[in-house]
Structures are given as structure tokens and as C-alpha cells.
Design a binder for this molecule. Structure first.
Ligand code: GLO
Ligand code: MG
Ligand code: MG
Length: 432
């Protein structure tokens, strides 16, 4: 049994009056966070965590808490530290934007290869793989009008950056390139012509795929999997490819010269943001054979991109998502694209935020396995599929009457999923 330092007296609620403890120095505060984090239990060893294809983005660990109305609350963290800390936690893969690690003064210049060399060394020393690279085509002022702006110089520059990222990917051994188009859209009415902008955007992807074909040959490697990531709004108000479904249509629109090389990187919260059921969006991508990569996080419907860590808001939905992916044998990476909250310190990012996110994911993944083998769920779903026998198969009322008792199983299935989520299927009980 773990011993938590101070036990509240019987009947004390966890939001107590706040004066039961003495004030703590900053080092004591860090020690308390580490101790309570261990007291939570339920964590996996780094070796167990490495069995899952989980990637940690550079930008997620290095996020300093800044936003439009927010000053940073954390200090900068370079790639050496992020890679080292991911290795310690047991996150087996690392992903990055080009400019997370290469400053604008060095990008597209010889100097970038010296940095790429240092990254490779750091990955090798820590036993991590680079699974994915992505181009930042949204932060710098040059992309104010988006990556497919009217000015051909902007588009030529964006194309070069995409091709360059593909080359960085091959040098680092990545298998995936992700494209989140950022401001591909508009703030004010009538400013852009949508069909033209989409054609220009396709040209950038075509250039990246063609560069990839040549580079893959030169490096003796397979081509990368190019994955489009949709977000319905933010940073622009109106987005030309706002959902994974819009991107599927774009991939098969005829504008891409290598549609077979291009698939999706859906993000859980990005689908929720527009009010979708993320599980249904993933199902559509699976049916098209385009679910290449998956950004995992959590948040709220119809709000902005809060990027909370997986399972903190919608654990039941997450369980269902993982049942779908396990049932369809999804084999791609799970990318921890979330933002540790501003209230989490630099110490907390690696002590609490990343290990707990990974552990919730693994727990939900394993629970999904329990769902798939649960006898109650099995019998219920089989019975629903078998159905009853109507006395008159051409009469709607008779067809309905012959199944109607079975349909109650829908609600029972949902209850059973809740029980599995909270461990009641294993006999966990609550006393009244
Ligand atoms: C922002 C996106 C972003 C992408 C990243 C990879 O909302 O989620 O983090 O995933 O740029 O292309
Ligand atoms: Mg997001
Ligand atoms: Mg994302």
C-alpha cells in the first residue's frame, strides 16, 4: 500500500479549506508533486510504455504556455532535453516541426544540416526514433496569408520548405510527414478565391511528394506517408479544408498527382471542435484506407483548440475510439499532440504531464481489449446482428415487432462500457 503523506480526517473533502498545511518552499513543492504523482499509482514502466507506438512532439514538451492572451509560464526546452526526458519516460518516438529545432536564420541553409546531425546523435544516444516530421507553415509572418497565398514567391518558399522537410525526414529516418495547413482560409469575406487557393495548395503537396520520390531513391528508403491534418477554425476564421472528410475529398479531387502517397492525420480534438463524433470521422478514414497517423488529445466540443491530454475530458469516448482502432487493426502511430496546461511547470511537464498522458492512453488501450473480449458485449452484439424472425418480412410493423426486445441491448451495451471504464466488470463496488 502506498502511503500518502497526510491523510485527511474522516469526512474531509478534497477541496478543503486550504489551511491544513504549512506553506512549502519551491523545492518542497516539486518534491510534493513527485511524491503525490507516485502515490497515484497505476503507472507503467518505461519498458512497458515503449511497446506502444507513441510519439512525443518536440513542440508539445517545449510549449511554454503562451497564446494570444497568455504570457509564457514555462522556460524554453531544447531538443536535447526533450529527447532525453522522453527516453527516460519510455516514449519511443519523437516528432518535430522544421522550425521547432532549426531557427529561421538557418533553415534552407547549410547550417541546418549541422543541427540535423546533432538531432540524429541525440536520438541515437537515447535510443529514440524520429517517426514524423512536419513543416511549420503557419507561425512566421511570411505565412500571414497562408501557405498557398496569391504571391508566387510565398508559394515557392512554402514548397521549398515542404521539400526540405521531406529531406530532413529521410535524414532522420522518419516514416511520416504531416501537413497542418494553418491559415489556409480567410478572416474577411471575399478576400480569396477558394478553388484557386486549393489548386495552389495542391501544387505544394505535389512538389513535396515528387521530392520524396527522388529522395527516397537516393537514400534507398521507402517514400514517406504524407498525412493531411484538418482543423475547423483557428488560426483563420474560415478554413478551406476544415475536416478530415474535406481532406478525403481533396485527396481524391484529381488535384494531387500522387494521391496514393497522401492520407490523413486526424486529430481527436479537431474533429470534436466542429461538433463531430471523432470515432465516426476515424471510421470514414479507415473505410477509405487513409488513416495513416493519429494526433491524440482531448478537449471540449465547439470550443477552441485547448489541446488537453488524452482522456482528461472524454474517457468513455476515448475508450470507444480505441475499440474501433483495435478492431480494425490500426497500425499507425499515436502522436501526443497536446499542450501541458499553463499551470504545469517545467518540472511538471516531464514529471506529471507526459507520463500520465502515456499511462492513460495505455490503460484505455488495454481496456479496449477487455471490451473486445467481454462476454456480455459479445453476446449482446451477436444477438443484435442475428435479430429475430418476422412473421411477415414485407411488413414494417412485423419486422419491428420481431426485433424490438433486442434493441434494449443498445443501452445495456453503453452501461457495460461504463462499467468496464470504472472497473465494475472486475467486481469493483461502491458502498452506499
Ligand atoms: C495545431 C495542430 C498542430 C499540428 C502540427 C503537425 O492545431 O494540431 O499541432 O498537429 O503542426 O503538423
Ligand atoms: Mg489541436
Ligand atoms: Mg495536431
Amino acid at each position: 500500500m502506498f502511503c500518502v503523506g497526510r491523510r485527511p480526517a474522516q469526512g474531509v473533502r478534497y477541496h478543503g479549506a486550504g489551511n491544513a498545511m504549512k506553506t512549502l518552499t519551491v523545492p518542497e513543492q516539486s518534491a510534493l508533486v513527485s511524491r503525490l504523482s507516485r502515490a497515484c499509482g497505476g503507472s507503467y514502466s518505461p519498458a512497458q510504455r515503449r511497446k506502444y507506438w507513441i510519439s512525443g512532439p518536440q513542440w508539445a514538451a517545449a510549449y511554454e504556455g503562451q497564446a494570444l492572451f497568455h504570457a509564457p509560464t514555462r522556460t524554453p526546452t531544447g531538443f536535447e532535453e526533450v529527447i532525453r526526458r522522453y527516453a527516460e519516460i519510455g516514449i519511443p518516438c519523437w516528432a518535430t516541426h522544421d522550425t521547432d529545432v532549426i531557427p529561421y536564420s538557418a533553415i534552407l541553409k547549410d547550417q541546418q544540416w549541422e543541427i540535423v546531425g546533432r538531432i540524429k546523435k541525440s536520438l541515437d544516444e537515447n535510443g529514440l526514433k524520429c517517426s514524423m516530421v512536419t513543416t511549420e507553415t503557419f507561425h512566421h509572418a511570411v505565412f500571414a496569408a497562408g501557405p498557398a497565398a496569391e504571391a508566387s514567391a510565398v508559394r515557392a518558399y512554402a514548397s521549398k520548405r515542404l521539400e526540405n522537410t521531406v529531406e530532413i525526414g529521410h535524414k532522420l529516418g522518419a516514416e511520416f510527414a504531416v501537413y497542418w495547413p494553418g491559415s489556409l482560409g480567410y478572416q474577411v469575406q471575399g478576400a480569396i478565391e477558394e478553388t484557386q487557393t486549393l489548386k495552389w495548395y495542391a501544387e505544394g503537396l505535389n512538389a513535396a511528394c515528387e521530392a520524396d520520390i527522388a529522395l527516397a531513391k537516393r537514400h534507398g528508403r521507402p517514400t514517406l506517408k504524407h498525412c493531411l491534418e484538418a482543423k475547423p477554425f483557428e488560426p483563420a476564421a474560415e478554413i478551406l479544408l476544415p475536416t478530415s472528410d474535406a481532406m478525403l475529398a481533396f485527396i481524391s479531387s484529381g488535384l494531387l498527382r500522387h494521391p496514393g502517397m497522401v492520407g490523413l492525420n486526424p486529430e481527436y480534438l479537431h474533429e470534436l471542435m466542429w461538433g463531430a463524433a471523432p470515432r465516426a470521422a476515424l471510421a470514414r478514414a479507415l473505410l477509405c484506407g487513409k488513416l495513416f497517423h493519429f494526433d491524440i488529445n482531448d478537449g471540449y466540443r465547439l470550443k477552441h483548440d485547448v489541446d488537453l491530454a488524452v482522456g482528461l475530458v472524454n474517457p468513455l469516448d476515448w475508450l470507444n475510439v480505441l475499440v474501433l482502432l483495435r478492431s480494425h487493426d490500426y497500425k499507425g502511430p499515436f502522436n501526443l499532440d497536446y499542450k501541458p496546461p499553463r499551470t504545469t511547470s517545467n518540472h511538471g511537464v516531464f514529471e506529471v504531464s507526459f507520463p500520465t498522458a502515456v499511462d492513460r492512453f495505455i490503460t484505455l488501450w488495454e481496456m479496449a481489449g477487455e471490451v473486445m473480449t467481454d462476454p456480455v458485449l459479445y453476446e449482446a452484439t451477436e444477438a443484435l446482428k442475428t435479430g429475430g424472425t418476422p412473421s411477415d418480412p414485407d411488413d414494417a410493423a412485423s419486422v419491428f415487432e420481431s426485433q424490438k426486445e433486442l434493441l434494449t441491448l443498445h443501452e445495456l451495451i453503453s452501461h457495460r462500457l461504463f462499467q468496464i471504464l470504472i472497473g465494475q466488470h472486475r467486481g469493483r463496488t461502491y458502498s452506499v
